[in-house]
Each structure stands twice: as structure tokens, then as C-alpha cells.
Design a protein around this ligand. Structure first.
Ligand SMILES: Cc1cc2nc3c(=O)[nH]c(=O)nc-3n(C[C@H](O)[C@H](O)[C@H](O)COP(=O)(O)OP(=O)(O)OC[C@H]3O[C@@H](n4cnc5c(N)ncnc54)[C@H](O)[C@@H]3O)c2cc1C
Ligand SMILES: NC(=O)c1ccc[n+]([C@@H]2O[C@H](COP(=O)([O-])OP(=O)(O)OC[C@H]3O[C@@H](n4cnc5c(N)ncnc54)[C@H](O)[C@@H]3O)[C@@H](O)[C@H]2O)c1
Length: 486
């Protein structure tokens, strides 16, 4: 067993681990990054990059089918459905992933990071053993260790699941490797992953049934936003069962539709659905269970997220957790912002002069505004609070009001025949402060970012109401949205 003392060790090549390793190495620290699978982690290999690449193919199929709405007919295929070449869709996805992942690895190596390909486990608060992928163990020690191990798809304990051919039980990673379009995809979970893949494969031509345990889809959103997305999915032919969850699963004798899923509703009703494939999209599990955290004295929540302070330190000196492994909003941009926090507090010399000017001496996660986008079509872009948060502290004594309007009121939506969706804002009616904003519309993420920028700059809602926006743009709707303040 070889030994190597490092100034900093990062476990996991996630969205904070990569830039952090590079920043330590760039400032002359001896740095190791340990990764058991692919460099770039979830976002690049099995998350944002491949899904958004495939979602672009889904939108092409959607628009091809709708050509006639715009007066554009596709020659002989006018009355026939579009043909989706899943092998070509997959190849396009693989090419983009390979280019992004390769770029990440070369940047680390150029910076002088020791990239150790293997699985890490703690042996003490300052030591790890790495089971190397090419054989053998390596012991690694450091006074600074960063846990950036992310999460993996949860596998619900479902009676009978082992009777189903394994290639018919999919998760968010394996579904992107399909070489043909499933006949009937049953989606377990009506959150981000369930909706993005459910709509995508509907557009590719699958029959889709979504089983959602909660009484609403995307239940972190306001009820009217959940309902808006439900209506859109149902209009496109997706079958959604709310307040329902699996009872058991068994294999049918039908080779094409081997999955028989029995579900029960909260009111006691039951139903059996037969499908070709099952997609498990019911949440993600932190990859902390194999780290032997007890050897280091690091504690976790009951779900397995590492407990951290606002500066991302654990209560063990020198050990930090960053990205999804620490719980909280699980997004790439939040993980990347965790890198900024660590950089400001531990390697200020790696910051540009501008970044240094903007950062306070002790940066923490408590002051961050969290934007996100669900990449359905229309997208759901959101920032700040939800209207339903306004009844609780610290908002309950403020004069909080909401404004909303359907996307079909927006000229840009009408002109492009993309009228499905809604816009919604939550404001303090006395001070004009914008507290939260949701855009369900084509490029809802970009429109949300316009309002996010206004919030960052402290603009009031009336500044947006009176602003000159280019016509015809989605942003122009920010002139009219406030008319409905209630
Ligand atoms: C299908 C899907 C789509 C998504 N789309 C979006 C999106 O559009 N926008 C968005 O913001 N977020 C999206 N996310 C979430 C986003 O991908 C994650 O929030 C982000 O990647 C988290 O990064 P991280 O830094 O926590 O670690 P990760 O990127 O998860 O990386 C952790 C790494 O640690 C490695 N690892 C784990 N254990 C060990 C060990 N013991 N030893 C060595 N290595 C180990 C893993 O192999 C992995 O590579 C999506 C996620 C999924 C699954
Ligand atoms: N566009 C994006 O930014 C994006 C895209 C994909 C994933 N992500 C991240 O990944 C995380 C995980 O996504 P996810 O969709 O797996 O989780 P999620 O928590 O968003 O949704 C899971 C859903 O499954 C339902 N559910 C749980 N157990 C169930 C059961 N037994 N039967 C039926 N329904 C059940 C829950 O009610 C929940 O609404 C997200 O929270 C998000 O942070 C982000």
C-alpha cells in the first residue's frame, strides 16, 4: 500500500469538486481528486448535459409534428407521425457527454491534480483508502478533505421487482442508453426527473403513465403551477395518477408489455397498469453510505446527507461537504456555488480581483438566492419564495401579494404559437420588493433570470412594470403582469 500526503483531497468529481481541485492545484497545493466513475460526475455524464441534449431532440419531434399549425407541411409525411431514430438521438447525446467529460479531465491534469480513479473510504478523520479501479489500494492523507460524492437514483423497495427483466427497469441513467422507443413507459415519480423524461418519451412516441405519490405533480411548486403542468401533460396524451403509489409488481406473459404494476390510491382504490418499461424517478439517495463516515466521526441526517454548517464545514475539523451530498437544493449551480464559498474562505488567492471585491471574508450558504429550471416544455423557471411560503415567518406580517397571468396573454407566445403556461410573481405590496417569480413558458428559465437579476439589484416590481422591454419578447410581459396584483 503506497502513501501520499496531500494539502487537499476531494472525493468525487462533481460540480464543486472539479473547480475546487483545480483552484487548489493552481495555487501550488498538492491536490488529489478521487473519482470512482466518470470525470465530471452526474451533471456532465448522467444528469443535466445528456438530458438537455435529448430534450432538444424531443422538441424537434414536437415541432415537426406541429409544422402544419405554422403552415409548414413536411412533403409526403404530412399526415404521418414523425420517425424518431433513437440510435441517432443516443449518439448525439454520447458525443456531447464525451466532449464535456474529456474537457473536465484535461483541465484537471493540466493544473497538476492527481486524479485517482477508484472508490474512497475514510479510515480516520484525515485518512482514506482508495480501492483503485485498476487494482490495488492506495492510502491518502490530508488535513483538508472535501466530500463531493453526490447522489444516485433511489431504488424503491418494490415487492416483485426482481421478476421483471432488468433491462425493463430503468433509472435516469439507463433510460438514456435505450436504442429504441419504449412502447409504454410507466414513470414512478412526478418530480423533476419524472416530468422531464415523461414528456420527452411521450414526444418520442411512447405511451406514458406517471404514478405520483403526492397529491400534485412537482409538489414544491404552488398548486396552480402544478395544475398548469398537469393540464399540459394530459393535453399531450400523458396519463397521470396522483395520490398513488405502487403496491407490487409482477411479470406478465406478454413479451412486449412484461411489466404489471399494481398501484393503490390514498383513498383505498387500486389499479393495475401493464407497460413495456418502468422508470424509477422517485428521488435520489446520497452516496455517503459507502464512505465509512463513522471512521472520520462525520455525521449525517437520517436520509444520509452530511450535516454541515453554513460555511460547509462538518463538525470534524478539516472535513467539508459540498454539492448534493450535503442535502438542500440539488442543482449543479448550487454545487458550483459551494465551490465559490470554499474558495473564498480557504483559497482567496485563487479568486479574480473582481470575485475578491464581491466576496465577504467568510462566505456562507445562508445568503444565497436559489434559481432553478425544470426543463419540460414549457419550462418551469423559478426564483425566490413561492406564494405558499408567504403565510409563514418571516413574511406573515408583511403585505405580500401575488400577481399571475396566463402565457396566452403574451404577444410573443401568440406569435410563436406557444401559449401554454403562466407567469406568477410574489411581492411585498408596500415596499415593492420582488420576493419570488415563476415563469411557465417557452424559455421560462431565461425569463426567470431577468427577474432574478432585478431581485439581485434590488429593483422594485414597479421598476419592471415601467421598464422599456424589447417588443415582442417574453420579458415584455413584465409590463403587464402586475395589473393582477391581488
Ligand atoms: C437526470 C438528471 C438531470 C438533472 N438535470 C439538472 C439540470 O438540468 N440542472 C441542474 O442544475 N441540475 C440537474 N440535475 C442535478 C445535478 O446533476 C446535480 O445537482 C449535480 O450534478 C450535483 O453535483 P455534485 O457536485 O453534488 O456531485 P455529482 O456530480 O453527483 O458527482 C459526485 C461524484 O462522486 C463520485 N463518487 C461517489 N462516491 C464516491 C467514492 N466513494 N469515491 C470516489 N468517487 C465517488 C460519483 O461517481 C460522482 O461522479 C440533474 C440530475 C439528474 C440525475
Ligand atoms: N432541471 C433540473 O434542475 C433537474 C432535473 C432533474 C433532476 N434534478 C434534481 O434531481 C433531484 C431528484 O429528482 P427526482 O425527480 O428523482 O426527485 P424529486 O424529489 O424531485 O421527485 C420525486 C417525486 O417522486 C414521488 N415519489 C416518491 N416516492 C414515490 C413512490 N413510492 N411512488 C410514487 N411516487 C413517489 C414524490 O412525491 C416526488 O414528487 C431533484 O430534486 C432535483 O434537485 C434537477
Amino acid at each position: 500500500m503506497s502513501r501520499a500526503p496531500y494539502d487537499a483531497v476531494i472525493i468525487g468529481s462533481g460540480q464543486s469538486g472539479n473547480p475546487l481541485a483545480k483552484a487548489f492545484a493552481d495555487t501550488g497545493r498538492k491536490t488529489a481528486l478521487i473519482e470512482k466513475a466518470d470525470i465530471g460526475g452526474t451533471c456532465v455524464n448522467w444528469g443535466c448535459t445528456p438530458t438537455k441534449t435529448m430534450i432538444a431532440s424531443g422538441r424537434a419531434a414536437y415541432l415537426a409534428r406541429r409544422g402544419a399549425n405554422y403552415g409548414v407541411n413536411a412533403g409526403k409525411n404530412v399526415n404521418s407521425d414523425v420517425l424518431v431514430d433513437m440510435e441517432r438521438v443516443r449518439e448525439r447525446k454520447r458525443d456531447i457527454v464525451a466532449s464535456f467529460s474529456g474537457g473536465n479531465e484535461s483541465r484537471l491534469l493540466e493544473a497538476g491534480v492527481d486524479v485517482l480513479k477508484g472508490e474512497a473510504r475514510f479510515t480516520g478523520p484525515k485518512s482514506l483508502t482508495v480501492r483503485m479501479n485498476d487494482g490495488g489500494d492506495k492510502e491518502v492523507t490530508s488535513d483538508l478533505i472535501f466530500i463531493n460524492v453526490g447522489e444516485r437514483p433511489s431504488r424503491p423497495d418494490l415487492s416483485g421487482i426482481d421478476s421483471i427483466p432488468p433491462e425493463r427497469v430503468l433509472d435516469s441513467t439507463t433510460i438514456m442508453e435505450l436504442g429504441s422507443v419504449p412502447e409504454h413507459l410507466i414513470v414512478l415519480g412526478g418530480g423533476y426527473i419524472g416530468l422531464e423524461f415523461g414528456q420527452l418519451f411521450r414526444r418520442f412516441g411512447s405511451k406514458i403513465t406517471i404514478i405520483q405519490r403526492a397529491e400534485r405533480l412537482i409538489p414544491r411548486e404552488d398548486p396552480d403551477v402544478s395544475k398548469c403542468m398537469l393540464d399540459i401533460l394530459e393535453e399531450d396524451g400523458t396519463c397521470v395518477y396522483l395520490s398513488s403509489q405502487p403496491n407490487s409488481i409482477s411479470r406478465t406473459k406478454n413479451e412486449a408489455l412484461p411489466v404489471s404494476l399494481s398501484i393503490k390510491f390514498t383513498d383505498g382504490r387500486t389499479k393495475t397498469i401493464e407497460g413495456s418499461h418502468l422508470l424509477l424517478a422517485a428521488g435520489r439517495t446520497p452516496n455517503t453510505d459507502t464512505l465509512n463516515l463513522t471512521a472520520a466521526g462525520v455525521t449525517t441526517s437520517p436520509r444520509g446527507h452530511v450535516l454541515v454548517h453554513d460555511d460547509l464545514s462538518t463538525h470534524v475539523p478539516g472535513i467539508f461537504a459540498i454539492g448534493d451530498a450535503k442535502g438542500g437544493p440539488a442543482f449543479t449551480h448550487i454545487s458550483y456555488d459551494d465551490f465559490r464559498i470554499i474558495r473564498s474562505n480557504h483559497i482567496p488567492s485563487a479568486m479574480s480581483p473582481t470575485a475578491r471585491r464581491l466576496s465577504t471574508t467568510k462566505v456562507s450558504s445562508s445568503r444565497r438566492l436559489t434559481p432553478y429550471v425544470i426543463y419540460t416544455d414549457p419550462q418551469v423557471g423559478h426564483v425566490g419564495i413561492h406564494a405558499s411560503d408567504a403565510t409563514t415567518a418571516p413574511y406573515q406580517n408583511r403585505k405580500v401579494k401575488t400577481a399571475s397571468m396566463p402565457a396566452e396573454y403574451v404577444a410573443r407566445g401568440l406569435e410563436t404559437d406557444e401559449t401554454r403556461g403562466m407567469l406568477k410573481a410574489t411581492v411585498d405590496a408596500d415596499t415593492g420588493e420582488i420576493l419570488g417569480f415563476t415563469a411557465v413558458c417557452t424559455e421560462g428559465g431565461e425569463l426567470m433570470a431577468v427577474v432574478q437579476t432585478a431581485m439581485m439589484g434590488g429593483l422594485k416590481y414597479w421598476d419592471l412594470q415601467e421598464a422599456v422591454w424589447a417588443h415582442p419578447s417574453w420579458a415584455e410581459s413584465l409590463n403587464n403582469l402586475w395589473a393582477s396584483l391581488e
